[in-house]
Design a protein around this ligand. Sequence first.
Ligand SMILES: C[S@@+](CC[C@H](N)C(=O)[O-])C[C@H]1O[C@@H](n2cnc3c(N)ncnc32)[C@H](O)[C@@H]1O
Length: 258
Amino acid sequence: MSSSVEPGRVLLVGAGPGPVDLMTVRAMRAVKEAGALLYDALCSEEAIALAPPGCIRIQTGKRAGKPSMTQGEINRIMLRLARRGLRVVRLKGGDPSIFGRVGEEAAFLNAYGVATEVVPGVTAACAAAAQFGFPLTHRGQARRVVFTTARVQDGAMAHDWRSGADPEATLAVYMGAEAAPDLARALVAAGRTISTPVAVIERAGAADARLTTTSLAALTAGPITTHGGPVLIVVGEVAAAAQAQASNASDGFRERAS
Ligand SMILES: C[S@@+](CC[C@H](N)C(=O)[O-])C[C@H]1O[C@@H](n2cnc3c(N)ncnc32)[C@H](O)[C@@H]1O
């Protein structure tokens, strides 16, 4: 590293679920001022387009047939760019602290003396709840929300679902579409009532988001059919309130703004 160049900061930024009007003002500003932008597969074209001309743009996730980078490669690129004095933005779908590897990336960069800052984003569960009209907590019905995944690091099913048996817990299950039948069986085996309502939301936040309401019983029967978008599974009594009539708040916002 050249001694005359102050290392840049790395901002670990949540892009929200897709539409730019679900990004925070701080996240938008970070992208607009980026000297280098590393973005994952869930970031929308709209969000990436906010980067200024001349910004180095690097796609890190699987897109358009290109394979995703390893975490080690991403870390090394961020470090290299920061050492050039650039303002580096690592843009992630949703919120970076929820299944976003923010802890690993910050620890790596901090160990090399590069300062990091996290800019939060709207996570998929919050976007899904808002769009399809159900709460994640509800007095007398859901006293806690568990952000969880049906996968563990090696791709195998997570084993201990005892906390998921709590009838007052809403489970927001990320990366669970393929493992949905196993997940449902595991929850029932752990003691969750088989009739517990389930909402499956694909592409939450987007204008073409899809909702399927079902139950743990039905989920055990077979894999979820998807249309290729990211899928969130919400398990709990609150899911019964999910309504197929999606509210499209962003359209209303645009109409008023224009
Ligand atoms: C690596 S995790 C990242 C989660 C992200 N940090 C967040 O806070 O939403 C990716 C998983 O999140 C869920 N997900 C992300 N965006 C979604 C969306 N718009 N609709 C539904 N699920 C989504 C899916 O389960 C997807 O497989």
